[in-house]
Ligand binder design. Structure first.
Ligand code: TK8
Length: 352
């Protein structure tokens, strides 16, 4: 009997220890316990910040910069827990967690945000932004800034635009150099209807999927390919499961630094200013690192054995023409004034 009681006690102890351990895998020097709320016992506020990309990506380096600035500027009144690689979920589930107040920060691409504020799909218009310089100008402009304000109706605060970058196609079937080469390819797209319809128009067989499921889907052949900037393709090791890369540059993807409105409204005015300027300063840092990475990583992908195909201007024009009807179809969903406003901002930025 005594032996049985000892065994029971040991099992109970093991259970308690595992339950308290919490599988802490975040990258912060806080004392090793997972905070279970946005306020710790001492009254300090805790920001649980999660992203889908891994710790090598410039997005995570930008998040660490945000952490550094906020913890320094608030003198520790606010601490930031950082989580990468989808540890807290995918873009949509993390955005929902901000709305619920069970997470404080995430930084998704604008495409999944369109499921919360449809107007954000304006950035998914293929070939909208022709260069990083034009993108910077347009995102700093009134139309893009007004879109951030719309997030508040959805219990979200958009603090700043960061950069995912120009999206390029990879696949495991064949080189893609012409419009015809898209035919029948099973391409994973972000969870965004405009992306889905645009790839259908190009002749592909698209599947919307959370980023957290993508690597396995490519590994198992559930999808033939995907599209992301070179930095993501390289740093997420997609070259291990993809053979061909093409410089389609079909969409420029911004990230949006999102904060839970519930949490933001609970900050003092001074703390609100600190998190806002920290998101902006860390964003500038992230964009600089991102551009350096995207410029360098195409060569790395080829060094890892991927075959690179350059899309000629003539073939790219065919792609632009092919997706035009899709843009017209989505104009009402996005909002004609938003589409026309962004198009005008692009023209003005190009004219300068
Ligand atoms: C990472 C995603 C990723 C995006 C995608 O969470 O889903 O392909 O480009 O960066 O946000």
């Amino acid at each position: 009997m005594k032996k049985l009681m000892t065994l029971f006690a040991l099992s109970l102890l093991a259970f308690v220890l595992v339950a308290c351990g919490g599988g802490d895998s975040n990258e912060t020097e806080q004392n090793g316990e997972n905070e279970s709320a946005s306020e710790s016992e001492g009254g300090e506020k805790v920001i649980r910040a999660g992203i889908g990309l891994n710790q090598n990506h410039p997005q995570y380096k930008g998040l660490l910069k945000f952490k550094e600035i906020v913890e320094e500027e608030t003198g520790g009144e606010i601490t930031v827990e950082t989580y990468h690689s989808g540890q807290l979920g995918d873009d949509r589930t993390m955005t929902e967690a901000l709305q619920l107040g069970t997470q404080e920060v995430t930084i998704p691409s604008t495409a999944p945000i369109a499921n919360f504020v449809p107007e954000f799909s304006v950035f998914d218009i293929p070939f909208l932004l022709p260069s990083e310089e034009v993108a910077d100008e347009v995102l700093a402009g009134d139309v893009a800034q007004d879109l951030l304000a719309k997030l508040e109706e959805k219990d979200l605060v958009g603090l700043s635009y960061w950069e995912n970058g120009f999206r390029d196609l990879t696949n495991s079937e064949r080189p893609v150099e012409t419009l015809e080469d898209f035919d029948g390819l099973k391409i994973r797209t972000m969870e965004n209807d405009l992306h889905l319809e645009a790839f259908k128009a190009l002749g592909a067989n698209p599947t919307p999927m959370a980023f957290t499921e993508l690597f396995t889907a490519m590994q198992q052949g559930t999808v033939d390919g995907q599209e992301n900037p070179y930095a993501t393709i390289y740093l997420e090791n997609f070259y291990e499961v993809q053979d061909y890369v093409s410089d389609t540059h079909h969409v420029y993807s911004p990230f949006v630094f999102l904060m839970s409105k519930q949490f933001y409204d609970g900050l003092t005015e001074e703390q609100q200013e600190i998190v806002r300027s920290a998101a902006e300063e860390a964003g500038e840092h992230q964009i600089k690192l991102n551009r350096e990475a995207n410029a360098e990583y195409l060569q790395n992908l080829q060094d890892e054995g991927m075959e690179f195909s350059e899309i000629s201007d003539e073939e790219r024009q065919k792609m632009v023409d092919t997706v035009q009807p899709v843009i017209e179809d989505f104009k009402d969903d996005i909002g004609p004034e938003v589409v026309d406003g962004i198009m005008e901002a692009v023209e003005n930025a190009q004219g300068e």
